[in-house]
Design a protein around this ligand. Structure first.
Ligand code: C2E
Ligand code: CA
Ligand code: CA
Ligand code: CA
Length: 280
């Protein structure tokens, strides 16, 4: 009995600590939203055949007043647990629409350039999402056709029928939808047939050994073949070397993103790169 009580104490202590941590961190995120401490970086996406820049993925960072710049790993978990992820996803979407609008007003040509936004499952499955997004972009000089909404394969598979319905609605409104981290969500390739998305982003883990592993190359190649038949385009994620680029080109994978081409960039650097690269 005595031992039982001790164990109970340890247990409650741990719970209290965890709860405190959660409350503390979520208060930080609320403050960050109020004080404009979040920032978006933009990682360029390339057509490696052309070659040209076709767009960028917005990636969030937290410029924490004491801890410096934090990556999503450091705060998205807590945001998910507390539901604050909805506020973050709203902020990101609005910020992208506002920046696109701002860049156009500065005279930048964004024809043919698309902007990818990461959505949590929670956001993606919110009722009335399409209308909500339309209301946001209506306030800016930004059209749905310039935006790509990324949702992970894992989240998508968790609610398959709702995913398919949401994708249909979003596409009807002009948005494009991309299946992120593809290959890690344990969906069968056949299930793609019933998911009317536009793009799949092939997870970095498949690209990692593509040069040395014939098996990995064969996997990517079969995804490419199937995607082509279903009218989906494929973006290879996490491309870090020229050899990987060569392998991708050898199997007709046209689109890629990764440190080999560019790191996630601050907005001014991204726009400089875009103008320099696509006008050269
Ligand atoms: P993700 O959507 O798969 O984004 C790609 C991640 O890989 C990014 O990490 C990017 O910086 C990193 N990356 C890009 N190229 C390379 C490469 O060549 N090699 C390696 N090793 N890594 C590369 P980041 O920015 O830390 O984001 C991590 C994850 O956090 C994202 O994974 C996404 O799931 C989530 N995330 C980021 N921004 C947002 C956001 O605005 N909203 C939501 N809901 N989630 C976000
Ligand atoms: Ca800014
Ligand atoms: Ca993504
Ligand atoms: Ca990804």
């Amino acid at each position: 009995k005595r031992q039982g009580r001790d164990q109970f104490c340890v247990y409650t202590d741990a719970m209290t600590h965890e709860a405190h941590d959660l409350i503390y961190k979520s208060a930080g995120i609320r403050r960050a939203l109020e004080n404009d401490e979040f920032e978006l970086l933009f990682q360029p996406q390339f057509d490696i055949v052309a070659p040209t820049i076709i767009g960028a993925e917005a990636l969030i960072r937290w410029n924490h007043p004491e801890l410096g710049q934090l990556s999503p790993d450091a705060f998205l978990d807590v945001a998910e647990q507390t539901g604050l992820i909805l506020d973050i996803d709203d902020w990101v979407f609005k910020q992208v629409a506002a920046l696109v609008s701002e860049w156009k007003s500065q005279g930048f040509n964004l024809d043919g350039i698309s902007f990818s936004v990461n959505f949590s499952g929670r956001k993606f499955f919110e009722p009335g999402l399409g209308k909500q997004l339309d209301d946001v972009i209506a306030m800016y000089d930004c059209s749905a056709t310039q935006l790509v909404l990324e949702i992970t394969e894992r989240d998508m598979m968790s609610r398959f029928d709702l995913s398919a319905a949401t994708i249909k609605d979003l596409r009807k409104r002009g948005y494009r939808v991309s299946i992120d981290d593809f290959g890690t969500g344990y969906s069968s390739l056949a299930s793609l047939k019933n998911l009317p998305a536009d793009t799949i982003k092939l997870d970095r883990s498949f690209i990692l050994d593509i040069v040395t592993s014939d098996r990995d190359l064969a996997i990517v190649k079969s995804v490419m073949t199937l995607a082509e038949e279903l009218g989906l385009s494929v973006v290879a994620e996490g491309v870090e070397t020229q050899d990987q680029v060569d392998s991708l080109i050898s199997i007709d994978c046209q689109y890629a993103q990764g440190y080999h081409f560019a790191y996630p960039l601050r907005e001014d650097q991204w726009m400089l790169l875009l103008s320099a690269y696509n006008n050269a």
